[in-house]
Design a protein around this ligand. Sequence first.
Ligand code: XUL
Ligand code: CO
Length: 491
Amino acid sequence: MLSQNHNLQVLLKTMKKVDFFILLLCLNAASFLVSADPPTCPADLGGKCSDSDDWKGDFFPGIPQIKYEGPSTKNPLAYRWYNAEEEILGKKMKDWFRFSVAFWHTFRGTGGDPFGAATKYWPWEDGTNSVSMAKRRMRANFEFLKKLGVDWWCFHDRDIAPDGNSLEESNNNLDEVIELAKELQKGSKIKPLWGTAQLFLHPRYMHGGATSSEVAVYAYAAAQVKKAMEVTHYLGGENYVFWGGREGYQTLLNTDMGRELDHLARFFEAAVAYKKKIGFNGTLLIEPKPQEPTKHQYDWDAATAANFLRKYGLIDEFKLNIECNHATLSGHTCHHELETARLNGLLGNIDANTGDAQTGWDTDQFLTDVGEATMVMTSVIRNGGIAPGGFNFDAKLRRESTDVEDLFIAHISGMDTMARGLRNAVKILEEGSLSGLVQKRYSSWDSELGKQIEEGKADFEYLEKKAKEFGEPKVPSAKQELAEMIFQSSM
Ligand code: XUL
Ligand code: CO
């Protein structure tokens, strides 16, 4: 058994290979991991285990199958509110949510930040970024999903398999890991909710992928998306995501914004054509985010992304993946972003997480605010559900949470919060006084004039005549505090 000190040496040795730039990026997209304590297959023990993805016994030996025990349980490894098979508004809870685990956070998150090294030492990690390590990690992923009772997971190409020295080598690495995932999903319902290509970690993408100033980078990005789409399809994935990555700019002084946006549109057109060519019926999703890593990301928010899609004639080919932390970064609530997407017929998926009220960046925390979850679920109910999308936990443990069981607790807590949100949203809906308040507020529009305006039959001259007839309008209270009282009473 190796000492903690030895582990630190392994960590420091590994770190030397990674420059500071990449270390910074590890905040969101961890690309290397450190050895576990105690590591069963340590990287520097003569490579004994490096050719094998074997793992003796369970990855999570002390963790039971997570079950619903109801709100009174004191067991942190049980669901209090999420009861998968329970029917709510004619749909099973599991079908309302279609929960998904984000591979990059749960299995590649190190706890590293710009000021400190990794803090997480998962037992199955051996300190290498080898294909065999990637395969062992994939086995851990499937055991994790099964114990949690979750059928979906999401991935970037480069977090499930190591980057190679060429596109061909990277593709071969990916194929090996994908073959194993295909094998592991046999006999289960598990499949990817969505896949995506990581077009932001490698230095080649420093100016972006589809919006790079370099045409060769555009081609490389296209090749990577092509492959990521193929493997997502091969595993039966139901969606494919385009998060902007570095598609944006730092300053307009050196940027041809019009040309970059045109290139992005051409890239999406090519993705649509390829999707059709290979018979992939999954939904293509754009995930808006206003900034980080670039100062200005092109897919700023839902409205910006919708306008882009409309301008380039792509509106019928895409939907949006709304991430709550991205919503707040853009100055909106998650609920606003969900409603904007929904009203444009674009609500496709939710990256369920939250930010921090005092922190101005993407902290990717598990959402535990029941009020927020209730707002989110109100939109999902109005949308009639979210399938073929789902709720992907694009969320990570805090740096200081370092036990394997914390991975379970975080997901359980996130799922329970959303489940409470669903239950509350249904209560509000069925109780009816909030919708009654809204209906009453707009009741003047149920008049003859309201009907004429809504049908486009009232011109300015007619409206001027009506205004004279009405005289000074009486304007009633908006009853905001009453609305808030009704809302919080449902919690
Ligand atoms: C980045 C982010 C990504 C996407 C997938 O902020 O949310 O992890 O969800 O690339
Ligand atoms: Co996301």
